[in-house]
Design a protein around this ligand. Structure first.
Ligand SMILES: *[C@@H]1O[C@H](CO)[C@@H](O)[C@H](O)[C@H]1NC(C)=O
Ligand SMILES: *[C@@H]1O[C@H](CO)[C@@H](O)[C@H](O)[C@H]1NC(C)=O
Length: 359
């Protein structure tokens, strides 16, 4: 009887203790890809917004409560991002450091660096909405990074790192949800939604060409997820039943199709450009439609607060409604996935594309 109770107690303790998620793949590949370089928005921002004047922040609890050390870092998540798991799988460290983190130096950035800024978009008007880092400036930081890398590693080694590195670009959601459909900039008057997609795809193409000219060869562009299923969009859709906003999901699919076509053109035009688009749309939709397959219990609301609208400052430790086990949720706050989803996305990206880059 005493043994049984002890066993029960141990089981209870184990179920409370959240084990670290394993790395998506064995690191047999480590060394082949010398660095991971990340551009984009909050899906991949590792804390670049911490030091800038914007209301879009997450460097306080409960953000980061499942991060190593329970530390809020400016990631819009309870734990790590997909890019952190990918860095780990490549043997490049457990987390990708933010380029603007004053505690980090070129020594850290030589193997992994993140230029992303939460709230930004392909369109300059998107980053203006919440006063975050515009996408063109991420490119400028990358140019500066190349110079610093040359000083640190020497010209030949820096060139090799830039050429052999893996680049991940994750951007676009905010152009639609924070800009076009929110009607806060003039874009909805200026462009039909199809024209706006073309405008964004053009900017993405110019960006990809620019990093190619600066030496990048292995680049993965992640398309849009089912953006109409984010809890914030469901909340805005409450009058119509609170389901996914199909209109937004259709735009995401159409945009992804145009990105595919643009990427195929660039691959044909630019020698040795190993550019791939790897959609997370289908995977995320499958999680939302078949949650039990992944161990999820809630797909409609975020874990933080009521889960219907909280993010950034509204998702804080004073909010009494925050859930206990984020692993049961697809969404952490009203706009961003949980660490568990990020881990599954990393696995998917790894399986689908990254293994190709390792050959
Ligand atoms: C965005 O702004 C930058 C800096 O002002 C400018 O160089 C760039 O051409 C703009 N991009 C577009 C698509 O207008
Ligand atoms: C990725 O591949 C691993 C190993 O083959 C497998 O266990 C895992 O289920 C795959 N994950 C996804 C999301 O495809």
């Amino acid at each position: 009887m005493a043994n049984f109770l002890l066993l029960l107690l141990l089981l209870l303790l184990f179920s409370l203790w959240l084990p670290a998620l394993p790395s998506p793949a064995a690191t047999a590949a480590s060394g082949r890809i010398p660095a991971l370089i990340v551009f984009g928005d909050s899906t991949v921002d590792a804390g670049n917004n911490n030091g800038i004047k914007t209301v879009l922040k997450s460097d306080f609890r409960p953000y980061g409560r499942d991060f190593p050390g329970g530390k809020p870092t400016g990631r819009f998540c309870n734990g790590r991002l997909a890019t952190d798991f990918i860095a780990e799988a490549l043997g490049l460290g457990a987390t990708v450091p933010a380029y603007l983190d004053p505690a980090r130096s070129i020594r850290d950035f030589a193997t992994a660096v993140c230029f992303a800024s939460a709230g930004t978009g392909l369109d300059n008007a998107t980053s203006d909405v919440l006063n975050v880092i515009p996408f063109w400036k991420e490119l400028r930081y990358f140019r500066q990074y190349r110079r610093r890398l040359r000083q640190y590693l020497g010209a030949a080694a820096a060139l090799r790192t830039i050429r052999e590195a893996l680049y991940i670009v994750s951007i676009g959601t905010n152009d639609f949800l924070e800009n076009y459909f929110l009607l806060v900039t003039g874009r909805f008057k200026e462009f039909s939604v199809g024209e706006f997609e073309d405008f964004l795809v053009g900017i993405a193409g110019e960006f990809l060409t620019a990093i190619y000219r600066l030496g990048a060869r292995k680049v993965m562009f992640t398309g849009l997820s089912p953006i109409g299923c984010l809890p914030l969009e469901r909340t805005a859709n409450l009058l119509r039943g609170g389901g996914c906003v199909e209109e937004y999901n259709a735009v995401a699919r159409e945009f992804n199709g145009k990105i595919d076509a643009m990427v195929a053109e660039l691959r044909a035009a630019l020698p040795e450009f190993r550019l791939s688009v790897n959609g997370v749309y289908d995977l995320l939709l499958d999680m939302i439609e078949n949650p039990s397959r992944y161990g999820f219990e809630n797909v409609n609301e975020g874990c933080c607060g009521t889960g219907r609208f909280e993010m950034s400052y509204l998702c804080n430790d004073l909010n009494p409604h925050t859930c206990e086990d984020a692993n049961k949720y697809v969404f952490w706050d009203a706009f961003h996935p949980t660490q568990k989803v990020n881990y599954l996305i990393a696995q998917h990206l790894f399986n689908a594309t990254l293994v190709e880059f390792l050959k």
